[in-house]
Structure formats: structure tokens, C-alpha cells
Design a protein around this ligand. Structure first.
Ligand SMILES: N[C@@H](CCC(=O)N[C@@H](CS)C(=O)NCC(=O)O)C(=O)O
Length: 206
């Protein structure tokens, strides 16, 4: 049995969370290494691209969160075998990746600069991406992004919409998802209630 370790921030979201849930869904025990931000600054130089998440499998370090989602998703039965459905799945995951990069550009700003950058984000890219993701969900049948069932695309999107609605991002209204793509709000609740997802969070509280 291989030994797995996932290193990411101590945050139930972002690029690491879908991988954690997929590992749990695959029944793979893993070391859940969670770095505080100061720890990240201290240790990031030891990662291949100065970034997390990093997945180690028997000591071999893997980067790129969507590649991890596809691989662990495949082991968990959460990645479509049909090439077209896999394409649908990848499209949603890569859109989340682009959106994450855009949001991160506003990190580190303060005061008026932050307020202006976030207002531009809300009216611009956030609206564009949420609308687009809402369309991808419709194309997938309205409940899931691909394959008519839970896949890693759902595991990638729901922590993002949960985060955007949480109030954690200053100047991003907590009703943004609801006002742009209400189907993504229903999707978030549906995915949180999925047995494998609920079981993962249950395991976190034990
Ligand atoms: N394409 C990479 C991006 C990794 C990435 O940018 N991770 C963020 C944390 S979510 C990071 O470590 N950022 C450090 C920085 O940009 O300074 C992936 O999907 O894993």
C-alpha cells in the first residue's frame, strides 16, 4: 500500500480541499499536513514550484492540483471514463483554477486599493466565471458538472462557491453566487450532502 501525504494550507478550501475529499472517498489514508501561512513562507522554497498543494506518493512529490484531482478522482471512481464527460469535468476544474488566480491577485492589497480591486472583481471576472460555471452545470444536466453524477469537478467547484459566499473575502457580497448563478448555491448544498463528502467532514470532527 502506497504512502500518501498532502501538504496544503490549514484551510478547508482552495486547491487542496478537493484532493483531500477525493483521497477520503478513495479510502486512502493520508497524512494531512497543514501549513500556517508563516510556515508556508518558511518552507515553500522546498517545494518544486514554490507552491502548494504538494501530494507525495511513496515520497515522490507531485504538484498541480487538477492533475491530482484527475489521478485520485480516478482511484475513487470520481473521474469520468468517457472522454467527453472527462472533458466536461476538466473544463469546470480549469475554470476554477483560472478564477483562483484572478482572486489571488487581490490578496495583499489593503484599504481603498483592496476595496477598488474587489469591486472590479465582483463586477468583472467573478460575475463572468460564476455565470460560466452556472452554464456548465446546466450543460451537465443541472445537478452535476459531468457524467450525471458526483465527480471531482463538483469537488472543485463547491469549496469555491462556499468560500465566495462565506464573507471571508472582504468587499465580496455573500450573496454574489446567489445573484449571478443561483443553481451553484443549490449545487453547493447538494454536494455537501453527498454521502462521501458528508463522511469526509464527519471524519474531520472525530
Ligand atoms: N497550478 C498550481 C497552482 C498552485 C498555487 O498557486 N498554489 C497557491 C496556494 S493555493 C500557492 O502556493 N501560492 C503561492 C504564491 O503564489 O505565492 C496548482 O493548481 O496546484
Amino acid at each position: 500500500m502506497a504512502i500518501y501525504k498532502l501538504t496544503y494550507f490549514d484551510f478547508d478550501g482552495g486547491r487542496g480541499e478537493p484532493v483531500r475529499i477525493a483521497l477520503h472517498a478513495a479510502g486512502i489514508d493520508f497524512e494531512d499536513e497543514r501549513w500556517t501561512f508563516p510556515e508556508f513562507q518558511e518552507k515553500r522554497g522546498g517545494t518544486r514550484f514554490n507552491a502548494v498543494p504538494v501530494l507525495e506518493i511513496d515520497g515522490v512529490a507531485i504538484t498541480q492540483s487538477n492533475a491530482m484531482c484527475r489521478y485520485i478522482g480516478g482511484l475513487a471512481g470520481l473521474y469520468p471514463k468517457d472522454p467527453m464527460q472527462a472533458l466536461y469535468c476538466d473544463e469546470a476544474m480549469d475554470a476554477c483554477e483560472d478564477l483562483t488566480h484572478i482572486i489571488v491577485r487581490t490578496f495583499g492589497l489593503e484599504g481603498e486599493k483592496l476595496e477598488k480591486a474587489r469591486a472590479k472583481l465582483v463586477d468583472g471576472w467573478l460575475t463572468t466565471f460564476l455565470r460560466g460555471l452556472g452554464e456548465l452545470l446546466e450543460r451537465g444536466g443541472g445537478e452535476y458538472f459531468a457524467d450525471g453524477r458526483l465527480t471531482v469537478a463538483d469537488l472543485k467547484v463547491f469549496p469555491m462557491t462556499r468560500w465566495l459566499s462565506s464573507g471571508a473575502l472582504d468587499h465580496v457580497p455573500t450573496d454574489i453566487v446567489d445573484s449571478v448563478a443561483p443553481n451553484l448555491v443549490a449545487h453547493c448544498a447538494r454536494i455537501e450532502a453527498e454521502p462521501v463528502v458528508a463522511a469526509y467532514y464527519q471524519s474531520r470532527t472525530q
